[in-house]
Write a protein that binds this ligand. Structure first.
Ligand code: B12
Length: 360
């Protein structure tokens, strides 16, 4: 497990160099866009953390400091304006080709400054306040999001689309998310929610608090977190998990090459054997989109709902067809091959990178 990294001295020095660079040459004067050579107009908006932010208009050069924000920029069709993103921005695949500015919690201020962004996008639950302050010192505007529910993710994407100058795309993305979530609720109807433990981090065990977008995502998928904490990312003891005995453990997919199935690994760790869901291999693995407050989180919710409540998604055979088959049964029907359940398939594919069950 990696501890939360402090920005290395190297990045502080780099920051100082960047300040000097920025003072010597105004950032926008070096932009390749001929229009930006003219004196820019600005728009002042309040971001989701209540900060007043001055944004050059139109926004032509965006740096994203979180995978969720990169995904949102792509979903809004603004990827041609994305000039830099983080090492962890891996979706869609094209995002991997953008200039990398480092990690979300320890980005290189020097690289960011060299990209001459009009705006740097940050999100409160992943980036650091000190990064925002350093950018401020460099004269670079940053806009922060901070969604805590699915409705807030939708509203946040919409607001961002407005700030970035693509309001129609925002309305369309929001409409699609609303539709898919409503459709999911039709399937789930009145299923009784499964009690789950969402594993953010295995050692020490970190889960989710009730005021997080992941807790809301679980609710939308017909699940409820057994952890009822006011803290966003609480550390939880295995004794507490054993006392609460979740029906399922839920993990974000790691996309790692490692072969060891995650629950097999957990079962070998001290303490985890007392959790029935581990002993009985009751777990669900969904896309790491669940960790990212962005439009694709809806797909992760759909995945989870299907794994936890497969019966709610069984297609009802058409009456006519059923009747016809009963009247004319096929000759010597073949015995059905055992097709693995989604959970069994997941178990076969599931992997774990160096001690953490998620793509962390
Ligand atoms: C909990 C956690 C999460 C949570 C929330 C993130 C968070 N708050 O840290 C969730 C599950 C959402 C998450 C997601 C991801 N995570 Co994570 N996560 C962690 C974990 C396990 C603990 C971090 C922690 O304790 N946070 C608690 C405190 C620090 O955060 P907080 O309560 O939100 O408080 C901070 C903010 O509020 C901020 N703040 C306060 N006011 C303001 C105001 C503004 C304007 C801003 C910008 C910030 C800000 O300052 C506070 C203190 O820093 C660490 C690993 C570890 N064991 O440390 C990895 C870690 C931070 N995650 C990591 C990664 C890679 C990811 C993902 C990219 C994974 C993925 N593949 O999708 C995603 C990205 C999400 C996104 N938005 O796109 C890496 C980051 C590496 C790096 N160098 O940047 C870490 C270090 C794990 C690792 N690989 O080592 N993660």
């Amino acid at each position: 497990m990696k501890a939360l990294a402090r920005p290395p001295l190297r990045s502080t020095i780099a920051g100082t160099i960047a300040v000097l660079l920025a003072c010597a040459t105004p950032a926008r004067a070096q932009s390749p866009s001929p229009i930006s050579a003219a004196s820019p107009s600005y728009r002042e908006v309040t971001d989701e953390t209540g900060r007043a932010v001055r944004i050059p208009q139109p926004v032509r050069r965006i740096v994203s400091l979180a995978p969720s924000l990169t995904e949102t920029v792509y979903a809004l069709g603004l990827q041609d304006h994305l000039v830099g993103d983080t090492d962890f921005c891996d979706y869609p695949a094209d995002a991997q080709k953008k200039t990398k500015v480092g990690g979300g919690i320890n980005p290189s201020l020097e690289i960011i400054a060299s990209l001459h962004p009009d705006i740097v996008l940050v999100t409160k639950s992943f980036n650091r306040l000190e990064t925002v302050h350093s950018l401020e010192n460099l004269g670079i505007s940053s806009y922060a999001t901070d969604p805590h529910t699915l409705d807030e993710i939708i509203a946040s994407s919409k607001k961002l689309s407005d700030v970035l100058g693509a309001p129609e795309a925002g309305a369309s993305v929001a409409g699609d998310m609303h539709r898919r979530l409503a459709d999911l609720q039709k399937h789930l109807g009145f299923v009784s929610p499964k009690r789950v433990l969402f594993v953010v981090w295995a050692q020490p065990l970190i889960s989710i608090g009730k005021d997080t977008f992941i807790a809301d995502a679980l609710r939308r998928a017909g699940a409820v977190s057994i952890v009822d904490s006011d803290q966003s990312w609480p550390q939880v003891s295995l004794e507490e998990v054993a006392r609460l005995q979740p029906d399922f453990l839920v993990f974000a997919d790691s996309h790692s090459d490692s072969a060891a199935p995650i629950v097999e690994m957990l079962a070998t760790l001290p303490g985890w054997k007392i959790v029935d869901a581990v002993t009985n291999r009751r777990f669900a693995v969904i896309s790491d989109a669940v960790n990212r407050p962005a439009p694709r989180i809806v797909s992760a919710i759909e995945e989870l709902a299907r794994q936890l409540h497969p019966d709610a998604f069984v297609e009802k055979p058409e009456n006519g067809k059923e009747k016809l088959e009963k009247e004319n049964p096929p000759p010597n029907p073949k015995p059905e091959a055992h097709s693995p359940s989604p959970l069994e398939s997941m178990q076969a594919q599931m992997t774990i990178p160096g001690g953490c069950p998620c793509d962390h």
